[in-house]
Design a protein around this ligand. Sequence first.
Ligand SMILES: [Zn+2]
Length: 395
Amino acid sequence: MNPAILFGHLKTLCNTIGERPVGTLSNRQAMEYIGKHLECIGYPVNYQLFDCMNWNYYAASCNLQEESIPITVNPHSPSCSLNAPAIVIKSLNELKSSDLSGKIAVLSGELAIEPLMPKNFPFYQPESHQEIIRLLEEKNPEAILFISPDNNAIPVIIDGDFHIPSGTVPAGYGNILLENSGHTIDLMMNTASYQARAANVICRTPGEGKKIILCAHLDTKYYTPGALDNASGVSALMILADRLRRGAPQNPLEFVFFNGEECYNIPGEMTYFSSPSFDPKNVLLAVNIDGIGLAGHLSSVAYFSCPPDMVEISEKVRGRYPGVIQKDPWPQGDHMLFSLKYIPAMAFTTAAEWDITQKIIHTQKDTMDCLDVGKIMHGMDAIEKIVRTISKKYS
Ligand SMILES: [Zn+2]
């Protein structure tokens, strides 16, 4: 029964709803889909509301000397419609010494190699990223085009606090821009942003003692159906909420469908952790599911701020699930937010090399075809057993 239900959740989230960034209509559809399902299986559902921005993209064009160049508009970019000379910049040193006023900055090499962390991101701000952002704001070009290191053209800037229009160009078209410094580019990007509301979706089982939180983020980046990241985690969590309600462990369980992990200012997480009802002292364990079930790979668990006896108990159970291996802590995702507050946390994901998952997540390639329902089921079985065992040992 469960595999069919799991498949149905995945299909709805990835195919019917599709990309679901915080604040968008499709994000609301995902929230409602999850909430209604939880109600159907017998939970009262709490929608923890917060303010956020809804950004929409309508059209874009980029032309240089009769040549039309495809661009990905960087999410949250303001609109623009302009004609300006291109200036090509390939390094931080070149950026420092260049005058960008009145120009369209074409950035490549080390300046466009990876997405830049948003300027006000609360937890992680590499100085090298901040320096690029600072220089760009200081020099204030008319617009910025990043030449992607590959043809996925993953947006380099995704930041509602950054107000220069920007887009990303696939590597295959980059040379046209790189070879034409000084020539005029016609650039049009039609976008709109407005205030919106979204919510974390939360339900709970009653119980005694400290609570065990199980979480998965329901939002995606723009331009991706978000199957591995993170429809698989959300679908698994919906089924776990059903399974763990029956013969519920003694500790209260809280199922949190976070809404904002992929957003520049993580509004859902900020709301959850600053809520007066959240008290780290009342949490025994947080279990995060993010990126589980990539076909052809094992699943993995990593431990964060967990006392050794808890790791030992969990590892003993995990040993019975050969499809789940232990992996070193990976410092990204909602489990980090618990760990930063010294709350024991476990993160379940796929045990694939970083560069394999990076070619899929946050891209259009992150579709249901990447997933193996059997692997997700196996991971869920392990999570259920670990949660039940830990509750038994600590109650
Ligand atoms: Zn994720």
